[in-house]
Design a protein around this ligand. Structure first.
Ligand code: ZN
Length: 402
């Protein structure tokens, strides 16, 4: 028989966390009275009452007036409760080699302030932490509720991370962050926010799309991040993200597409990322006698309507479809969410990619597979970071059998 791995101090603490998660989750569908919450969740009315008092005191909920009376209901009218969308908030930070996005996100997953800056020096860890702290302070000064309502700061970045101590183990974008004290600790010190959570960018997007977006409530899904020259994935399996040994994403970019392909930065050959890198695509354009298009740059290439670009893009998308299709055959998700800055381009990216994935997927999976574009679009970076914090508010804990 499987043993039970219970991370809570006692069964009572576990039950309370489950009940609390269920009540908060039920309120995400709209305001409800204590009685309605009892009916929606099946939790005893007195327990609902206790939990609600606790959450009112913590300012996670607010009372918003009387509920309309149902037929035959007598006595004092029930008070309606809803999530407090004006006070508690999480800070979300997304950083890649070029951009630093910082914002404030409420319990409904709505961004209530945001900023974007060009990364000043990705190589230097100290300068990067200082820039993050400046951006966070600027967001806090833009009409934020007092710091006591800040639930924490979630920092989303590419790389392999140690989620337990908040350090960066390997990041080609930020080699300077691999040394020195853990990044989470450095950001906490520099910003004055005690609770800092680190997450890999694909896992952060997956968390956000599951909490607020295209796969809310789903238990099996794959999220693919599409950026110019980069591709990554995160996998949700039976309601849990697959973390593997570290906080990292599925390394889809290093899926071996061709044994004798171009050399990759990882030391291997023929990785998917080498075929979608601008360096490779640019070379192809020059070899095809279209040196004029080589000046387009990695962003414009993916949306250009020039036939030479469309042809080369079709080849790249076919390779992406092969890698993602294999991932679908391996993990059998109900949905593949297309996220990242290229996923906002329905005609040049999402449509042909869906067809390419379906071609490479075993029929019974492919026929039922949903492939929505991420609902959070370009705000997924900031909301993803914030979701690393917000998920702890809404998650209904499950006990894992080991
Ligand atoms: Zn590689």
């Amino acid at each position: 028989m499987a043993e039970i791995n219970n991370p809570f101090e006692s069964n009572q603490a576990f039950k309370r966390a489950v009940n609390r998660g269920m009540v908060l989750d039920a309120l995400r569908d709209g305001p409800a009275s204590r009685l309605r919450l009892h009916k929606r969740t099946g939790i005893r009315l007195t327990t609902v009452g206790d939990l609600v008092e606790e959450m009112l005191a913590a300012k996670l909920l607010v009372e918003t007036g009387s509920a309309p009376r149902g037929e035959g209901e007598r006595g004092r009218p029930e008070q309606l409760l809803e999530l407090n969308l004006s006070e508690p908030y999480a800070l979300g930070v997304y950083v890649d080699k070029e951009r630093l996005r910082t914002g404030r996100v409420n319990l409904a997953g709505k961004m209530t302030a945001s900023r974007e800056a060009v990364v000043e020096n990705a190589e230097n860890g100290t300068q990067l932490v200082a820039q993050i702290a400046r951006e966070v302070k600027a967001v806090l000064s833009e009409g934020s509720p007092p710091l006591e309502h800040c639930l924490g700061l979630g920092l989303s970045l590419p790389g392999i991370l140690n989620a337990e101590n908040g350090s960066v183990l390997l990041s080609s974008a930020f080699p300077g962050l691999e040394k020195g004290p853990p990044l989470a600790q450095r950001v906490a010190q520099a910003t004055g926010i005690a609770r800092v959570t680190l997450g890999n960018v694909a896992n952060s997007h997956l968390t956000a799309e599951r909490l607020y977006g295209a796969i809310r409530g789903m238990r099996d899904a794959v999220l693919v991040i599409l950026e110019p020259g980069q591709i990554g994935a995160a996998i949700l399996s039976d309601g849990r993200p697959i973390r593997g040994m570290f906080e990292s994403s599925a390394e889809l970019g290093h899926f071996k597409i061709e044994a004798d392909g171009p050399p990759c930065a990882c030391g291997g050959n023929g990785c998917l990322e080498t075929f979608i890198a601008w360096k490779y695509l640019r070379r192809q354009l020059i070899d095809k006698g279209r040196g004029d298009l080589a000046e387009l740059g990695p962003v414009a290439f993916w949306t250009s309507e020039k036939p030479a670009c469309a042809e080369l893009r079709a080849e790249a998308i076919r390779r992406m479809g092969r890698a993602i299709g294999s991932l679908v055959n391996l993990t059998r998700p109900a949905a593949v969410v297309l996220s990242g800055s290229l996923a906002v381009h329905e005609k040049t990216m999402c449509e042909p990619l869906r067809a390419a994935i379906r071609r490479e997927t075993l029929k019974p999976f492919g026929e039922r597979l949903e492939m929505p574009a991420g609902a959070l679009g370009l705000s997924a970076g900031i909301v993803g970071g914030a979701s690393l914090v917000l998920q702890s508010v809404f998650t209904i804990p499950e006990v894992a059998a080991v």
